[in-house]
Design a protein around this ligand. Structure first.
Ligand SMILES: *Cc1c(COP(=O)(O)O)cnc(C)c1O
Length: 390
C-alpha cells in the first residue's frame, strides 16, 4: 500500500484519523478504502503460512488497511484487530504468558477481564496477583522469578480512578516485564500509553473507537515484533476480525476525535452540574477537583473521558427513580457510543461481584454510571434537571 507516512507525534489527531493509512493515489480512485470481503486470494510462490492471503490470517487487504490506521492512531509501529475486546486481551495474554508464568494485575478490571483472570488463568497454569494501583511496595513484593507481565486499565470502571500509569510503565521496564494496558475508557484522543512507555495497548473497539454501538471488535498495538507474535497466536486461536466489521470500524475511526472531544465536554459539564445539585451526594469524575486522581489525570490526559459515576441522595430508590425520569439516555450498559447510556453497575457490569466486594471497592448499590454521548451538553443537563426535579 502506498500510504503517505504521517508523523504521528506532530500531526493532529483529527488529521490522522481521516488521512492515516489512506493510500494516495486512492485505491482504484475510491476516496473510501474499498471493502474486500473475500476469504482467500491467489497465492504467490514462496509464501509462508502467515503470509497466505486468507481471512483468518489477517492478510485480507481491508484488514491490513485497518491495522495501519489503528497503529497510526495509537502512535505504534503495528496493530492487529480482533473479533472483540476480550479477544484482544486474552490473545495478548496468551502470546505473553506460558504455563507457570505470573502476571501482576493492578487496580480493578472490566468484568470479563476479571472473570478471565480469576477463572481461566488458573486453568492455563498462570498465576495472577492483584495489587493496589499506586502501591509500589506491593508491586515489588509481588515480583517472582517468572513474572512476565503487568496489566492495568487506563481509567477504572465505574469510579474513574487513574492508576500510577507512569510508575507502572517504568516499573515494568526496570524489571524487564511486558506492560499491558487496556485503554478503552480513555481512547488515544485522551491518552496514548505508548508515549509513556507501555509495551502493549489493548482496546475494546466495540466502545468509542467505533462509537456507533453497532459492532464488536478489539485492537492491540505495539512494536512490529510484538504484534507479529500476537498475530501469530491470533491466527491459531482464530479470534480474527471479519473485514466487514473492520470496514465499519475504519469509518467510525475517522470521527473519533470529534466524538470524543464532544463527549469529554458534555461529561465534564454534566459532572459539574451534578456536583452542585442538592439531589446528588457524590460525583466521581477525574475532571473535578474533588476526584482523588484529578492531578494525575490532568498531567497525563488531554480531556477526562466520557464515563463517570455518581450517587443520588436518597439511595437505591432515588437512583431507580432518576433512571426512570431521564428522557435522553438509554438505560443500558456499554459505553463510548454517540448516544448517552446510563446504568446502575450493581445490577449490570458489577452484578458478578458479591455485595461485600462491591461495597469494599466503593461500588455502592445506589451508584449510577453515565457514558456521555455526543448530545448537546445543555440538553443533557436540562434532562437531568427535570429528572432530579421530578
Ligand atoms: C467492553 C470492554 C472490554 C471487552 O470488550 P468486548 O468488545 O465486549 O469484548 C474490555 N475492557 C473494557 C475496559 C471494556 O469496557
Amino acid at each position: 500500500m502506498n500510504a503517505p507516512s504521517h508523523d504521528t507525534a506532530t500531526t493532529a489527531f483529527e488529521t490522522l484519523a481521516v488521512h492515516a493509512a489512506e493510500p494516495r493515489p486512492a485505491h482504484g480512485g475510491s476516496v473510501v478504502h474499498p471493502l474486500y470481503q473475500g476469504t482467500v486470494f491467489e497465492s504467490v510462490p514462496g509464501e509462508s503460512y502467515d503470509e497466505l492471503k486468507y481471512i483468518r490470517l489477517n492478510t485480507n487487504p481491508s484488514q491490513q488497511h485497518l491495522h495501519e490506521k489503528l497503529a497510526a492512531l495509537e502512535g505504534a509501529e503495528a496493530a492487529v484487530a480482533t473479533a472483540s475486546g476480550m479477544a484482544a486481551i486474552t490473545t495478548t495474554l496468551l502470546a505473553t504468558l506460558a504455563a507457570g508464568d505470573h502476571v501482576i494485575a493492578a487496580g480493578s478490571f472490566y468484568g470479563g477481564t476479571h472473570h478471565f483472570l480469576t477463572e481461566q488463568a488458573p486453568r492455563l497454569g498462570w498465576n495472577v496477583d492483584f495489587v493496589g494501583p499506586d502501591d509500589h511496595d506491593a508491586w515489588a513484593e509481588a515480583m517472582r522469578p517468572r513474572t512476565k507481565a503487568f496489566l492495568v486499565e487506563t481509567i477504572s470502571n465505574p469510579l474513574a480512578r487513574v492508576a500510577d500509569l507512569a510508575g507502572i510503565a517504568a516499573f515494568s521496564r526496570e524489571h524487564g516485564i511486558t506492560s499491558i494496558i487496556d485503554n478503552t475508557f480513555a481512547t488515544p484522543v485522551v491518552f496514548r500509553p505508548h508515549t509513556i512507555g507501555f509495551d502493549l495497548v489493548c482496546h475494546s473497539a466495540t466502545k468509542a473507537l467505533n462509537g456507533h454501538s453497532d459492532l464488536v471488535a478489539g485492537v492491540v498495538t505495539g512494536t512490529e515484533e510484538a504484534i507479529g507474535r500476537i498475530r501469530h497466536v491470533l491466527n491459531l486461536y482464530g479470534g480474527s476480525l471479519d473485514p466487514h466489521a473492520g470496514f465499519l470500524l475504519a469509518r467510525g475511526l475517522k470521527t473519533l476525535a470529534l466524538r470524543v472531544r464532544q463527549q469529554n465536554t458534555g461529561s465534564l459539564a454534566l459532572a459539574r452540574f451534578l456536583e452542585g445539585h442538592k439531589g446528588i451526594a457524590q460525583v466521581n469524575h477525574p475532571g473535578l477537583e474533588s476526584h482523588p486522581d484529578h492531578a494525575r489525570a490532568t498531567e497525563l490526559f488531554d480531556g477526562y473521558g466520557s464515563v463517570f459515576s455518581f450517587r443520588p441522595t436518597g439511595g437505591v430508590e432515588a437512583a431507580e427513580s432518576l433512571l426512570k425520569g431521564l428522557r435522553l439516555p438509554y438505560v443500558a450498559p456499554s459505553l463510548g457510543g454517540v448516544e448517552s447510556l446510563v446504568t446502575r453497575p450493581a445490577v449490570t457490569s458489577h452484578a458478578g461481584m458479591s455485595a461485600e466486594e462491591r461495597e469494599a471497592e466503593g461500588i455502592h448499590d445506589d451508584l449510577i454510571r453515565f457514558s456521555t454521548g455526543i448530545e448537546a451538553p445543555d440538553d443533557l443537563i436540562a434532562d437531568f434537571a427535570q429528572a432530579l426535579g421530578a
